[in-house]
Design a protein around this ligand. Structure first.
Ligand code: NAD
Length: 266
């Protein structure tokens, strides 16, 4: 008899949302995962969602068992409660929710002493490769290049700029040996004056059903480089989230970035 393959149990939080539904689809296509719970606001409790050849009812509370991986794509106000509950019940976690404040991030770091947590503002493979390329370009070009980050998302997105745009800006600053946030300019209007050396401009475009575009522009004298990532649909994030859940299921306590899940780190 062969060994039974390990199946990862997912508890999808924000199940009725855009990402929640995309994750259900991605999970249904992966034989190595099972969905054992769906969670959303009380207003959605009782709704039945299709998963493979059956339906699962949405609950308002996180189930205690079986132990699984809580996949959170909700809203910043919800994430911390889920993190605390997951830590108490011993569930691992994947956090995709963006717009989290510094204090919330610190609490997530604290909870990661007890459980495995993968957190990434963008779970797509392509975006994580873009991050690595941007780091490389910023290191090579230094302050010679004027860096501008332009992101575009659908009109329902609540936070701006996107978590991924901030991560890209962070990658540029790290590569140039600057502190987080140093020199970042969000949008420009009025009379901002001449562009300063080392500045990173960040711009948010909102409209229609754009799943998520990010352009990082390195403008030099006489030439420019544009590194672009476009997500065609939420499938790219959902597949990444399922991959992150499989990683978290077997990882020890700790806070892991998506680059670690994808083996992009040295
Ligand atoms: P959405 O508004 O379509 O869905 C959010 C869902 O969460 C809704 O069904 C809502 O009812 C539910 N929810 C809100 N509060 C809750 C609570 N307290 N408990 C349980 N459920 C709750 O939003 P979306 O487009 O699916 O995005 C969700 C989050 O994921 C956002 O923060 C978005 O920026 C982020 N996101 C991340 C990635 C990534 O790759 N990391 C990709 C896309 C979106």
């Amino acid at each position: 008899m062969g060994l039974k393959p390990t199946v990862t149990s997912l508890i999808v939080c924000g199940a009725c949302g855009r990402m929640g539904r995309a994750i259900l689809e991605a999970a249904a296509a992966d034989p190595a995962v099972e969905v054992t719970g769906l969670v959303d606001l009380p207003a959605h409790a009782g709704t039945s969602l299709a998963f493979r050849d059956r339906t699962i009812r949405v609950q308002a509370d996180l189930p205690r068992s079986p132990k699984g991986v809580v996949v959170d794509f909700t809203a910043p106000v919800a994430t911390l409660g889920l993190v605390h509950e997951a830590a108490v019940h011993g569930h691992a976690m994947v956090i995709g929710t963006t717009g989290l404040a510094e204090a919330q991030l610190a609490e997530i770091e604290h909870a990661a002493r007890r459980i495995a947590i993968v957190r990434a503002a963008n779970m797509s493979v392509g975006m994580n490769v873009l991050l690595a390329l941007v780091r490389r370009a910023a290191r090579v070009l230094g302050d010679e290049a004027d860096v501008e980050i332009i992101e575009a998302h659908h009109h329902g997105k609540r936070d701006a700029p996107s978590g991924s745009a901030l991560q890209l800006a962070e990658a540029v600053n790290e590569a140039r040996g600057r502190k987080s946030g140093e020199g970042w300019v969000h949008g420009r209007q009025g009379m901002p004056g001449e562009r300063r050396r080392g500045e990173v401009g960040i711009h948010a475009v909102r409209g229609g059903d754009i799943a998520g575009d990010h352009t990082v522009l390195f403008a030099l004298g006489g030439e420019r480089i544009e590194l672009v990532h476009r997500a065609h649909s939420r499938e790219a994030f959902a597949r990444g989230a399922v991959r992150a859940a499989r990683f978290a299921a077997t990882a020890g306590p700790g806070l892991y970035p998506m680059t670690r899940v994808l083996g992009l780190e040295a």
